[in-house]
Design a protein around this ligand. Structure first.
Ligand code: GLN
Length: 546
């Protein structure tokens, strides 16, 4: 349960979806950290899936994975990257999980014969999620997914209303993120949709304390005054969230608008201006504005139509570039294009190639063609998860000459270089899976240790012999091909501590060719760029110099 000092900030969204509540919440958290406060971020998603793990990336974007193996909303990635606080299973929930827990309790007879209802049983479960597993945080920021007015969101709004009632209004702040559309013919920003959205919130018994208004242009004071009056919010708590070209500018932009002062005032906390330290953000923004040069990286994948599907990867590449004081110029290439056309057409001026994670057969030959191109042209290459599996298949087919080398994921009658993993160890316990098991939550998920081979490139890059990285996959490179791979220039340079699972491969005849079974992009942060991305970008920059 919470200590008395913990204050809760609930972030809801109005008018339209995709306003960037996750980024807004993460930015506010980071600004509060800049004032020395301890923060925690939680995400509540009203949809009925138990987690986003079974959703198509086109539906939901990337599935973010935490150290403890939770498959979560991609906003948790923003939270971790901006706050540096590692998320856990207690920081992400969906209606699917909430209902599952309520129904399990009902089956166990824990409700002692009561009729189970949305209020109070579902709402109590939501309240418990918000209030449990906290330590001594100053602020807990809870983002409610969806838009006010959604049917699925109603129990969440009722639950947070009750929390404000239970804890007292002085420990709770409601922040509503809305949009002020600009109508060019009228030359005006429109406040009506926001007024309606706030009315809707008020119907649920929630009076927002702050309006965070997304806008293309600056909001005039008279418009702020109007919004404040009609929405019953203090004028200084109507905050402009101006569109910015670089997400790392968001914390600076909000701070300039006085968001932290407004939060402190709301909670009656002394707000000394000199205590705010956002220098780390200033530093990052400065590098982004004045890079030494630009480095061209190609990502050859399957979901390139929706960049949200590669959110963390996109960020990690940017972090690697920033660490080298460069700007990453990323081309997102649909791998199927490399099946129809010569890869040269798309890859001839790139300095680095990444084949990211993925599932299913479509576009795999194009990925393999991109890998062949990187290998033959000495272009820096990083294969992530599926990308590593494809890199191993590429070496087996095109260097070792085993034409039917493939993965059993979609080719059961192949030389199984990549196969279904049915047994492995997690924290000393045996994990087992079968071909016909459930798809949801059954992959090898979360952080696992990996031992790096002495003398290998990755050992030098990480500067350490043991690392921990996050996983999300069902298939694994088959260890019995280790010798064949080595004879063909590819060594397994990272393995699980028991030596059973190959975690990293690298080509010894290439300047920078690495495949990793895990997802390094999930742990990269602007202030703690991932060593693999820093090194990849450095190698890519050097490619240009040659
Ligand atoms: N489809 C592959 C597997 O399940 C790779 C998964 C991924 O890239 N995340 O093993």
């Amino acid at each position: 349960m919470t200590t008395l000092k913990t204050k809760f900030i609930f972030i809801t969204g109005g008018v339209v979806s995709s306003l960037g509540k996750g980024l807004a919440s993460a930015s506010l958290a980071s600004i509060l950290q800049g004032r020395g406060f301890k923060v925690r971020l939680k995400k509540l998603d009203p949809y009925l899936n138990v987690d986003p793990g079974t959703m198509s990336p086109y539906q939901h974007g990337e599935v973010y994975v935490t150290d403890d193996g939770t498959e979560a909303d991609l906003d948790l990635g923003h939270y971790e990257r901006f706050s540096g606080v590692s998320a856990t299973k207690y920081d992400s929930v969906t209606s699917g999980k909430i209902y599952q827990s309520v129904i399990n309790k009902e089956r166990r007879g824990e409700y002692l014969g009561a009729t189970i209802q949305v209020v109070p049983h579902v709402t109590n479960e939501i309240k418990e999620f918000i209030l449990s597993h906290l330590t001594d945080e100053d602020f807990v920021l809870c983002e409610i997914g969806g838009t006010v007015g959604d049917i699925e969101g109603q129990p969440y709004l009722e639950a947070i209303r009750q929390i404000a009632y239970d804890l007292g209004r002085e420990r709770v702040m409601f922040v509503h993120l809305t949009l002020l559309p600009y109508i060019p013919t009228a030359g005006e920003l429109k406040t009506k949709p926001t007024q309606h959205s706030v009315k809707k919130l008020q119907e649920y018994g929630i009076q927002p304390d702050m309006l965070l208004c997304r806008s293309q242009i600056a909001i005039e004071q008279n418009e702020k005054r109007k919004l404040a009056l009609f929405c019953n919010v203090k004028e200084e708590n109507v905050i402009t969230a101006l569109d910015v070209s670089n997400i790392y500018e968001v914390p600076l932009a909000y701070a300039k608008e006085g968001i932290d002062r407004a939060v402190c005032n709301h909670f009656g906390i002394e707000c000394n201006e000199h205590h705010s330290d956002l220098s780390k953000w200033q530093h990052i923004v400065e590098i982004c504005k004045n890079p030494k040069g630009s480095v061209k990286i190609a990502v050859v994948g399957k979901y390139t139509q929706l960049l949200e599907a590669y959110k963390s990867l996109h960020e990690a590449i940017k972090h690697g570039a920033i660490a080298n004081q460069y700007k990453a110029d990323i081309s997102w290439i649909d791998s199927e294009l490399l099946e129809k056309d010569e890869p040269e057409r798309y890859l001839k001026d790139v300095q680095g190639i990444i084949v990211p994670g993925g599932f299913g057969k479509r576009g795999t030959q194009g990925k393999i063609n991109a890998i062949t191109y990187a290998r033959e042209h000495n272009i820096a290459f990083l294969g992530i998860c599926f990308g590593m599996q494809m890199a191993v298949i590429e070496t087996m087919r095109n260097v070792a000459g085993i034409q039917d080398a493939d993965t059993t994921e979609f080719n059961p009658r192949c030389t199984p270089v990549v196969g279904l993993m049915t047994e492995w160890q997690k924290e000393g316990e045996k994990q087992t899976r079968s071909k016909d098991g459930d798809l949801g939550g059954t992959m090898r998920l979360g952080a696992y240790p990996c031992i790096l081979k002495e003398g290998s490139k990755v050992r030098k890059i990480y500067g350490s012999s043991e690392i921990s990285e996050r996983h999300r996959h069902r298939y694994e490179v088959n260890m019995s091909f280790e010798n064949t791979l080595a004879q063909n220039g590819m060594i397994i340079s990272g393995k699980s501590p028991d030596g059973q699972l190959p975690e990293i491969v690298e080509r010894t005849d290439h300047p920078w060719f690495i495949g990793v079974q895990f997802h390094p992009e999930l742990k990269s942060k602007p202030f703690e760029p991932h060593p693999l991305f820093v090194s990849l970008i450095k190698a890519a920059i050097e490619t240009k110099a040659e």
